[in-house]
Design a protein around this ligand. Sequence first.
Ligand SMILES: C[S@@+](CC[C@H](N)C(=O)[O-])C[C@H]1O[C@@H](n2cnc3c(N)ncnc32)[C@H](O)[C@@H]1O
Length: 208
Amino acid sequence: MGKINGEWLFATNFLKHPVMLGSIIPSSRRLIRTLLAPVDWERARYFVEYGPGVGTITRQILQRMHPDARLLALEINQDFVRYLQSAIDDPRLVVRGDSASDLGAVLDELQWPRIDYAVSGIPFSTMDPADVTAVLDETRGRLSPEGEFLVYQFSKRSGEYLRGHFEDIRREFVLWNMPPASCYRARSSEQGGEIKPAEGGSATGNPG
Ligand SMILES: C[S@@+](CC[C@H](N)C(=O)[O-])C[C@H]1O[C@@H](n2cnc3c(N)ncnc32)[C@H](O)[C@@H]1O
């Protein structure tokens, strides 16, 4: 399984599950750079990623995160779960074949105290609204006071979902991706501190 080309696996899975994947190719470097720009790599210890696919963003997080940090990846496509488990050999990574909406149960099982960053590429616009609400409830409930929810989406409607759960939302549009996407960073107003603008980015307060 480890020898399978990740991009090929992603494309063939798109033909089987176009709605679940939302894109025929993994995220671009530009999108990943924008999405991860807000992360305080020195401070953060607990990361979760929803919908890692073949690990395009996962690898970038692992490359940058602290040696003591940990990353939990939740993916419902079992082909991708098997691929990730065999292709990425890093003791800091836990890959689980669970839905993002099961975050709380998985964190309790792993005995993680909190999450510092949740990173998501799951397609809110094509999911059952009740599932999206469950994901957002779980995420908000488990984020640390300084934590942020970093999300990329292909549909503008996704901003409305975020607005219903988080008070402080920034959006940056990334044209250089297939398809073009909006990167959001969201946090609750109960959390302290100023939100800092993304490196080299043009963050706006418009959650559109
Ligand atoms: C657009 S792809 C993103 C793949 C990868 N993150 C990237 O950027 O290239 C969306 C992924 O989310 C997964 N997914 C969809 N719904 C999910 C859910 N409820 N929980 C976890 N993963 C989910 C799909 O199987 C797919 O791998």
